[in-house]
Design a protein around this ligand. Structure first.
Ligand code: FES
Length: 462
């Protein structure tokens, strides 16, 4: 309606126009200015362990194939035939040396190179372009902890820089042992009739909702919604957000004596005494000492990370969950792939340490399905909420409404009472105390940078 995009986020009042959720024009701009540029996760490399394995995924609305070459390298190629635009790969996953387009039969190798057509090209009047011109487009690919990220943007900074200071904390969940993680089967995928930003901004920092929306989990004895997930330090960097849990509060209060007794121990001994990170046996935990820095272990011992979000459309989980067989760990990574202004696909990877014993893996699979699966306890709560937010943004009044991010701790608060051992070893903006809106507000500021076309500038480090 002519309102400049920049005016739909009120920097003074910390409010965001509800219409940003589903306006079709905004969605079109997101494809062109955001999903064309960000690094986003498409797969975990253990999904395609062998040469010529592949999975079909999407970057924004663009279908892509994630493939592995004979030399082990990973490619992401546009799954759109250079002839007339048919998808050359119609399966979800498999092993192929060549993809043959089902429309007229052109073939492409796993790197997207044009390999031939059913009729000699000389006989195809006019189709004399160089083979290179007929190749499928390739995205830039980099990996972190086995996760395959891709971007179309040649100017995007390297993935490590894109992750920035949040990587220090991600390592504590996803890159903490020599052998690393593997997937517990293919990711669960389901479509939710909601805008992708509902889960996107939520995962950046909304610990607040767990105490109400996920209350049933607490009543079942779970960890997600008791106050252990409410207090700690919210970390925010480059639009990414992560909550560090204060181990002295919440469910650890039942273990108070051990926690207090452990305070004088060296970091790793303290970690081992109080509670190992989810998903590790005592033997595997020894590997932490080789893989993580002393500073990382110090943070892990007192403020383990749990739930977080990577800008713009990824979520991370690492926590214990109650099952009929007892507490079990869930390690999960989500991607919220846009399908339109009011629909996204939830792609949900469950992971486990490669070196874990088989019964440990089986238990984690059960826990993941019970907790975060399509019929589980957690995401099903959210899957009711996000569509209602989305619908609200379409009405006459809804389009004129705003969503509020006024519960801000503010920049660079001292960690008084939360870290009393000199300077906090982790980076990023740190917001101590009860979880608030800072990380989510920073997420919107980062979104704004992309939408105004200035994502890689010097001021883009929220
Ligand atoms: Fe693929 Fe024609 S569209 S061969």
């Amino acid at each position: 309606d002519g309102t400049p995009l920049a005016d739909l986020i009120d920097l003074e009042r910390h409010e965001v126009s509800l219409r940003l959720l589903t306006d079709p024009e905004v969605f079109r701009l997101e494809l062109d200015r955001l999903f064309s540029r960000v690094w986003t996760v498409l797969a975990h490399e253990t999904e395609i362990p062998n040469a010529f394995d592949y999975v079909a995924r999407d970057i924004g609305l663009d279908p892509v194939i994630v493939t592995r070459s004979r030399d082990g390298s990973i490619n992401v190629v546009h799954n759109v035939c250079s002839h007339r635009g048919m998808q050359v790969c119609r399966a979800e996953a498999g092993n192929e040396k060549q993809f043959k387009c089902p429309y007229h039969g052109w073939s492409f190798n796993e790197q997207g190179r044009f390999m031939g057509s059913p009729v000699a090209r000389e006989n195809m009047h006019g189709e004399f372009r160089a083979k290179e011109e007929l190749a499928l487009k390739k995205a830039r690919v980099q990996t972190y902890a086995g996760f395959v990220f891709a971007t179309w943007d040649q100017e995007a900074p390297p993935l490590e820089e894109y992750l920035g200071e949040i990587k220090f904390y991600l390592d504590l969940m996803f890159d903490r042992t020599e052998s690393g993680l593997e997937v517990l089967g293919p990711p669960q995928r389901f479509v939710i009739p909601a805008n992708w930003k509902c889960p996107g901004e939520q995962h950046a920092g909304d610990g607040y909702h767990a105490m109400t929306l996920h209350r049933s989990i607490n009543e079942l004895g779970g960890s997600e919604s008791d106050d252990s997930s409410m207090y700690g330090i919210d970390v925010s960097a480059n639009g990414h957000g992560l909550r560090l849990i204060d181990r002295r509060k919440g469910k650890w209060k039942n273990n108070r004596e051990a926690v207090l007794k452990a305070q004088t121990l060296p970091p790793f001994e303290k970690l081992r005494t109080i509670m190992l990170p989810p998903g590790l046996t005592p033997e595997m935990a020894e590997e932490l000492k080789d893989k993580l820095t002393e500073d990382q272990i110090r943070v892990l011992a007192d403020y383990p990370p749990s739930v977080g979000g990577l800008f713009p459309n990824m979520g991370t989980f690492c926590f214990e969950f109650p099952t009929p067989m007892g507490m079990a760990a869930i390690i999960s990574w989500h991607s919220f792939v846009p399908k339109g202004p009011d629909e996204f696909e939830f792609v949900n990877w469950f992971l486990v340490e490669k070196d874990a014993p088989q019964e440990f893996k089986d238990l984690m699979r059960r826990a993941a399905t019970l907790g975060l699966g399509t019929t589980g306890f957690v995401e099903t709560d959210d899957a009711d909420t996000w569509p209602m937010m989305t619908e609200a943004s379409k009405g006459f009044m809804g389009r004129r409404g705003t969503i509020k991010y006024g519960a801000l701790t503010g920049e660079d608060q001292p960690l008084t009472g939360y870290w009393d051992k000199g300077e906090f070893p982790g980076g990023g903006h740190l917001y101590p105390g009860f979880t608030k809106d800072d990380s989510q507000w920073n997420w919107w500021l980062r979104w704004r940078d992309f939408m105004l076309g200035e994502p890689w500038g010097p001021d883009a480090h929220h």
